[in-house]
Design a protein around this ligand. Structure first.
Ligand code: C2E
Ligand code: MG
Ligand code: MG
Length: 559
């Protein structure tokens, strides 16, 4: 702002004078009054000049203000321009950010969608897997249980029947062990496909696990519908299975239970079909059996024995009896066979025929066999330490034990723990036990042989296996089954003499010791001696006896 100049203001005085002159003086009186007029004019002129000055000042002020306003406008314009630029810049940036945010939102949405789909798919897959068998894709035990429950409810409402068919592959373990798990798995898949092709869509074929399958027939008129299907399944499975370049042959054991006759609940139906299947196995396999109440009675008995055996093992209710083995030439005791007995709660002894096969079926033979081996080795070591002569202590080994995991390790541990020299141990195996899983058996037998343990074949001649194993397995002893020995010199010509003679000759040529079991008579002994049988065992020399009695027996025979 410009500062105003401070000229004295005479306007009001001049105007007053002039106004006074005009109002009081007329033109005629001018010459008279000239001085006064002049004075007034001068005054007026001064006043006018003042006013002009003032106007000029004001103009100048106005110009200044205008300039100021112009400056301000320019400044505002500049600010506006700047603000405009900033705004444009900001909005461009905001737009870019928005675009980016939108893009990310789209990506996140797509991602979330994909994740939701994946989660849904995983949930569906898990639900499927929870109800189906991984290997064959068949319904599993849980889905079968559901369907069986529904079928029972429907059959109950409509008064109809249904059948449950329990199937187990015969000797599947052989295939698995000899050809490997891959081939075993492919065979199971092939079996699953065949089973499915034999039944209706409304029937359920399920895999229970391992080599066990169950077929549910929700609509049957009578037992013949079920047996007809069972026959169809047996035939279909018996045809060779082309698997991994092999043509595999496999058979089935089948058990059938019917609703409502054989069971009114899922558990009962499954259990009774399983019991019937077990009877089919006992019946020579490759057949079917329909459940009967009588089977149940036997199963209950078997179950009871199983329970008692568990208890006997915990309470250490097993004892060993020892039966001498004798050199037939010299009569000297060459060793003993340890035979297990179970002392029952009434203190009577139970013999192996009453419990060994049940113990094998339920797997209890493994801990029982371990106990037998440890006790026999401990006892033999104690007798040897006492100076009693004992060539070998023979221990019976079940096929279940031999093919179980870590059998070899178990034997080594027991020998180490008891301190028995392995040369004093002889393991008795049966032909059927040897013929299972020949590859693994050969390895285990060679390892045992390497330790110095003797291997014997028990009940020789009763198995149906090939004799070629006599060369492939490291066998030291052949024990001729007592049935042949007891046929020696019999009235009927059942070939006892010829078989015993042939086995002795064969053993001699293969450089194996031959032991004749079950010698009861002098006549049998004479026959064996003439055929140069090396050793014998039987009531003729001594029955199986408790440890203390056997120690006395050994002491008497000291030489
Ligand atoms: P094994 O190994 O052939 O044993 C011989 C069986 O014949 C024994 O029966 C024995 O008492 C009997 N015996 C011996 N001499 C004669 C005789 O002159 N005449 C007659 N009639 N019999 C005789 P045991 O003790 O009842 O054993 C039967 C089978 O049970 C054994 O046959 C063996 O296979 C099995 N066993 C015994 N102990 C065990 C064991 O600890 N573990 C396993 N896995 N099986 C065993
Ligand atoms: Mg034996
Ligand atoms: Mg025997």
């Amino acid at each position: 702002m410009t500062v105003k100049k401070g000229r004295p203001r005479r306007k009001d005085t001049a105007r007053r004078l002039f106004e006074t002159e005009e109002s009081t003086l007329s033109p005629a009186s001018l010459p008279v009054k000239t001085l006064a007029v002049r004075e007034a004019v001068v005054l007026a002129g001064e006043q006018a000049a003042d006013q002009r000055q003032e106007i000029a000042d004001r103009r100048e002020d106005t110009a200044d203000q205008r300039q100021e306003a112009a400056d301000l406008r320019e400044e505002v314009a500049n600010l506006r321009e700047k603000a405009g630029r900033a705004k444009a810049e900001l909005s461009a940036r905001a737009e870019a950010q928005l675009r980016e945010a939108n893009e990310q939102l789209v990506i996140a949405t797509v991602h979330a969608q994909t994740m939701t789909e994946a989660a849904e798919q995983a949930t569906a897959q898990m639900a499927y897997m929870a109800e189906h068998d991984f290997l064959t894709g068949l319904p599993n035990r849980s889905l079968l249980t559901d369907r069986l429950e529904q079928s029972i409810a429907l059959a109950q409402r409509h008064g109809t029947m249904l059948a449950l068919i329990y199937l187990d592959l015969d000797h599947f373990k052989h295939i698995n062990d000899s050809l490997g798990h891959d081939v075993g798995d492919q065979l199971l898949q092939s079996v699953a496909n065949r089973l499915q092709s034999c039944v209706r869509l409304s029937d359920t074929v399920s895999r229970q696990g391992g080599d066990e399958f169950v077929v549910l027939l929700p609509e049957v008129k009578d037992v013949r519908d079920a047996t007809f299907t069972a026959e169809k399944l047996l035939k279909a499975i018996a045809k060779p299975h082309p698997v991994a370049g092999h043509r595999l042959h496999v058979s089935l054991s089948i058990g059938i239970s019917l609703y409502p006759d054989d069971g009114k609940t899922v558990e009962m139906m499954v259990r009774n079909a399983d019991i019937a299947m077990y009877h089919a196995k006992k019946n020579g396999r490759n057949n079917y059996q329909v459940f009967t109440q009588e089977m149940n009675v036997r199963a209950i008995k078997r179950h009871a024995v199983e329970q008692v055996l568990h208890h006997a093992l915990e309470q250490q209710k097993f004892v060993l009896h020892y039966q001498p083995k004798v050199n037939l030439e010299t009569g000297v005791i060459t060793g003993a066979e340890a035979l297990v007995r179970w002392r029952r709660s009434d203190h009577r002894l139970a013999y192996p025929a009453q419990f060994v096969s049940i113990a094998e079926e339920c797997g209890l033979i493994v801990p029982i066999g371990k106990w037998v081996l440890r006790e026999a080795c401990r006892q033999a070591h104690a007798w040897l330490k006492d100076g009693l002569y004992l060539g070998q202590i023979a221990v019976n080994v079940s096929a279940v034990e031999l093919h179980g995991k870590d059998y070899l390790v178990g034997v080594c541990d027991i020998l180490g723990d008891t301190g028995l020299n392995p040369h004093h141990l002889e393991l008795e195996l049966t032909e059927s036990g040897l013929m299972q899983d020949t590859q693994q058996t050969t390895e285990v037998l060679h390892a045992l042989k390497g330790l110095g343990v003797q291997i014997a074949i028990d009940d020789f001649g009763t198995g149906y296996s090939s004799l070629s194993y006599l060369r492939s397995f490291p066998i030291d002893v052949l024990k001729i089954d007592q049935s042949f020995v007891q046929a020696i010199g019999g009235d009927t010509d059942d070939g006892g003499d010829a078989i015993v003679g042939a086995v002795i000759a064969m053993g001699m040529s293969l450089k194996q010791r031959v032991v004749a079991e079950g010698i009861e008579t002098r006549q049998q002994l004479a026959f064996l001696k003439t055929h140069h049988c090396a050793e014998g065992q039987g009531y003729f020399f001594g029955r199986p006896m408790p440890a203390e009695k056997f120690a006395a027996f050994l002491a008497r025979n000291r030489h």
